[in-house]
Design a protein around this ligand. Structure first.
Ligand code: FES
Length: 195
């Protein structure tokens, strides 16, 4: 096990405090190897993705071979191994959304950012993903943009929302007040929940 810091959190050579959060989850689950999936969930929540460093840490703490940790992590599609961009869109390509034009949305985003599904732009600004049914078929086509579920948007509407999100971010960095939340939602968009 990694060396413990004074606050009980594991000391990680990187000094990254997020490992301390992960250590608390490990402690809560009593370092049980049966809780590997739960721990990987927590790790992804804390780090946003599962880096090799994180997988090694989890394996060491649970006394599991790295091959087992990698094997479990790669088996489940909900785990991701690449650092996501600052902004991102996940387009549902399930049947209901496909019928309502999800493929056109994927194509429009891919063309706009010059990336394919599963990729992040070189500058790390945007990640495009696709997913199977997100369970909100009544809103088809469904796109999750920066964690918010948007429905009933066509390709142009999605591009507009993404552009507004990125512009709001740029304004914030420049110190300008963020726009009214309502303005950030294109006509027809529905914000249901944050993922
Ligand atoms: S098919 Fe897209 S939410 Fe169900």
């Amino acid at each position: 096990m990694a060396e413990r810091a004074n606050n009980g959190a594991a000391a990680h050579p990187s000094g990254d405090e997020r490992f301390g959060v992960l250590e608390k989850a490990l402690k809560r689950t009593r370092y049980s190897q049966d809780q590997l999936i739960e721990i990987l969930h927590v790790a992804q929540g804390v780090f946003g993705y599962l880096s090799e460093d994180v997988l090694i840490f989890v394996g060491r703490e649970l006394r599991l071979p790295l091959s087992r940790v990698f094997g479990v992590a790669t088996f489940y599609h909900l785990f991701t191994f690449d650092e996501p961009g600052e902004h991102g869109a996940t387009v549902c390509t399930g049947t209901a959304c496909f019928v309502k034009g999800a493929d056109r949305i994927v194509d429009a985003l891919a063309a706009e950012f010059q990336i394919s599904s599963g990729q992040t732009t070189e500058d790390g600004r945007f990640t495009l993903k696709t997913a199977r049914c997100l369970g909100s078929c009544g809103l088809a086509p469904v796109v999750v943009i920066d964690g918010a579920v948007r429905g009933h948007l066509d390709a142009d509407g999605v591009l507009e929302v993404v552009a507004q999100q990125m512009a709001a971010d740029a304004d914030e960095e420049a110190g300008d007040p963020p726009p009214d939340a309502d303005d950030a939602v294109a006509a027809g968009a529905t914000s249901e929940a944050r993922l």
